[in-house]
Design a protein around this ligand. Structure first.
Ligand code: AMP
Ligand code: ZN
Length: 113
C-alpha cells in the first residue's frame, strides 16, 4: 500500500521514534506546529476516523494512553497539551493513515482554525 505512515512503520522512511510497541508508534512531527509536536498512530493501516469500527476499540484506546505517556516524558503534561485528530479534507487531514497529533509547550487557542 502506498501510505507514508505505513512506510514509516516499516522503517522505509526515517522518523524520530519516541515510543513503540506491537500496536502503536509515536514519533516527532516533521513540521512541528508547537515546541512539542508528535504523532501517535496505530501500526495497522486505518485511513480515517470514518473507517473505524468497534473492532478497533482496544487498538485506538491505546492512542491517548501513549499520547499522555510521551507527553509526560517530554515534560508538557503538567502545563497541558492539545490532542487532535483531523478527518478528511475539511478536517485538515493530509496523511490518510489515522493519527493523533499531540501539541504542547505553548498556550493553545480555542477554537482551532
Ligand atoms: P494531518 O494534516 O492531520 O493529516 O497531519 C499530517 C501530519 O503528518 C502533519 O503534521 C505533517 O507535518 C506530518 N508528517 C508528514 N510527513 C511526515 C513524516 N515523514 N514524518 C513525520 N511527520 C510527518
Ligand atoms: Zn498506512
Amino acid at each position: 500500500m502506498d501510505c507514508l505512515f505505513c512506510k514509516l512503520v516499516q522503517g522505509d522512511i526515517p522518523a524520530t521514534i519516541l515510543y513503540q510497541d506491537d500496536d502503536v508508534i509515536a514519533f516527532e512531527d516533521i513540521a512541528p506546529q508547537a515546541p512539542t509536536h508528535f504523532l501517535v498512530i496505530p501500526k495497522r493501516h486505518i485511513s480515517t476516523l470514518n473507517d473505524v469500527s468497534d473492532d478497533d476499540a482496544a487498538l485506538l484506546g491505546k492512542l491517548p494512553i501513549v499520547a499522555a505517556r510521551v507527553a509526560k516524558e517530554k515534560g508538557i503534561a503538567e502545563d497541558g497539551f492539545r490532542v487532535t485528530m483531523n478527518c478528511n479534507e475539511m478536517g485538515g487531514q493530509t496523511v490518510y493513515h489515522i493519527h493523533m497529533h499531540v501539541l504542547g509547550g505553548r498556550a493553545m487557542t480555542w477554537p482551532p482554525g
